[in-house]
Every structure is written in structure tokens, then in C-alpha cells.
Design a binder for this molecule. Sequence first.
Ligand code: C5P
Length: 225
Amino acid sequence: LRGVVAMDGPSGTGKSTVSRRLAQACSAAYLDTGAMYRAATLAALRAGLGEGATEDEIARAAIGARLESGTDPVAPTITLDGEDVSGPIRGPEVTGFVSAVSAVPQVRAEMVARQHALIRAAVGSGGGMVVEGRDIGTVVVPDAPLKVYLTASPEVRAARRGRQDEKAGRKADLHVTLADVERRDRLDSSRRVSPLYAAADALVLDTDRLSADAVLAKLRELVSA
Ligand code: C5P
């Protein structure tokens, strides 16, 4: 794989699983931009911020945070001030606040600049990278040669998220997860900057009845075409 595969869509569509497996199968790097916004959110929470914080306060905490993203699809890592935060960034506190943090324009500008640097490092010398997020095909890499947008109904996505939570040892209540999925969809799709939507030239795949294996097979075909 050469260049960027842009993988967008809401949570629970199997985006992360498929993106990592695609990157592995194609010997490409992998970037989880959601993990970056989550780590920035953890930094804001650790600075004592929460609902009610101003955009300036959030921006200062999130932008001042020292984040490092490891781009190996076999073992992607994310650190905050040198600490591995891959566990805490999936917890309910971060999940509940991340849409507010990622809606702050200064935070997005900073994260996109960092993403561009990571992407340049991976593809600059002829390599490939699978980049997953909400705005990759629309804002971060609008000229990506392959753009994919995964969707699924909120119920299916909440059920998938619930299974992931259980596997990771987090308590999962389907009603709460569904409410969270719908709330984040609403916030992510209606924000002023870089709202979530499918790029006009993205391949839209509805994963309600498509397994991760089936999506992966389709993408591998497209990548090698
Ligand atoms: O993909 P994940 O669920 O980890 O993303 C967490 C949150 O980060 C999303 O709900 C969204 O608010 C934000 N995000 C974003 N832009 C991206 C990736 C994630 O705004 N490119």
C-alpha cells in the first residue's frame, strides 16, 4: 500500500478492527486519530476540566499535553506525558467528554497538524498508512486515493461497543451504550468545525449485515486493484 487509506465513520462500525487488520495485511502504518482526541480529553480531565469549561481552557490543556502515537498496527500505542493511557482513554469519563473537546476549533487545528506530521513520516518515503477517524477523507487527507465510510444502525453499533466493553472488563449496559452512541453521533455530526459526514468520493459500506472479514476482503481487493 502507498499513500493514505482514509477510514471514517461513527463509533461501533468496526472501523478500528478493519483499519488495523488492513494496515497489517498491507504492511502499512496505522493511525487512530480518535485515540488522539481521547488522550487530549484525558489531559483536559486531569487538568480538572469538565462540562462547563470554556473553549480556551480546554484548548490550553489539550494542546499543552505531550501526546505520542505509535503507528504499528500490531500494537498501536498512545502516551500522555510519557504514560501509556490506552486503557484510561476508553473509560466512561473520557467517552462522555470527548465530543466536547473535539468540537473546539483550536484543539482540532492542533490535532490535524500533528496528524499531518505523522502521516508525512509514514508515507513520505513511499509507504502507506491507514488513518481512521471522523474527518480524514473530508479534512485531514482530502486527496486520499481511497476513502471509506463505514456506517451501521445505532442498535448494531451499540451492541458491538457493548461487546468490546465487556471484553475489556468494563461494565456495559446496552441502554446506556445506545444513548451514548446516539449522543456522540448527534454532537459529532452537528459541530461547527469538521462535522462527521461521508466525503462525496468515499465508498460507503453499511456494516449492519457485513462482517469485519467481509469488509476487509472488499478493501483488500480495492487496495490491490
Ligand atoms: O473513534 P473514537 O470513538 O475513539 O473517537 C472518539 C471521539 O473523538 C469521537 O466521538 C469524536 O468526537 C472525536 N474524533 C474526531 N475526529 C476524528 C476522530 C475522533 O472528532 N478524526
